[in-house]
Design a protein around this ligand. Sequence first.
Ligand SMILES: [Zn+2]
Length: 327
Amino acid sequence: MIKGYSEKLDNLYKQIKQNNLKEQTRRKNYILKIHPEIIETDKKIAIFSLNMLKSKNKSQIEDLKFKIKSLRDKKYTMLKSIGLPKDYLDIIYTCKNCKDSGYILNQKCSCFYKNLSSIYLEESDLKILMNKNNFDNFDFSYFSKNVVRNHSISPEENIKNIYRNILNFIKNFDNITTNLLFTGECGSGKTFLSHCIAKDLLEKGYLVIYKTSEDLFSELHKYYSFKSSDFSKNIEDSILMQCDLLIIDDLGTESPNNFYYSYFFNFLNKRILLGKKILISTNFTLKDLQHHYSDRISSRIFGNFSIFNFFVDQDIRIQKKIKGRSV
Ligand SMILES: [Zn+2]
């Protein structure tokens, strides 16, 4: 984890608590105006609850319990009479599971990773990229209808097939353990489609982390060599391991290093065992992958990933430039 994220996350939880407190105060003031008896009842409940905590006398405790219960019933009836739910004046939590602390006992709550991802996203280039690269802007016209070179189908037919599979992947995201491998030349739409997937899943509330392989390998190195500045130096506990989908862009562009490859294999293995999904995009062909990485890595990838090969008649980036010029 990049330095400074811990502080930002603390501030985010503080902000959430402050906003909720503000809202609770607003609600109390509103009720005070329209139905002050509810607030008085609430105050009595608070005093009786405190007395009950202090008391050591059993029959007194029972008596207070009874009084509190009937006061609560009275409060709920009054709230209902003005069309409000019974918890209207309670402390408000954005995440009821951890009461906006980020932790349940010593375990990180799921909201912890979600909030962390929103901070990541806020500061990453992905947010800007996703505004342009999303399903609404997916343009099939860059994929020729003519069969090209060594392929048996046209780029258009191929991309439509991939597109359909990806929509299914997103639709069934909760129930599948499929990982995706996008192979193909530069400018064949792999990264664009990865951004589309990231945006769609993030909007559905999933935690998606996007890393170039270079960044991923250097982060893995920090974890495995215990140099990470994350809250926990434990890879199992990291956002890289816990996120719902990890997108690894441009596998193969990292500087080759056998140590890094063994970290990568361990990491890949653990995520696959946990059923956490991965999307890898690479300019390598399957043969290149096999040649470049150890058998352990390539067989993990081939055995656990659905492989989609992207191809075009002409590099989409060049097509866009030509289009731009002719407009
Ligand atoms: Zn939580």
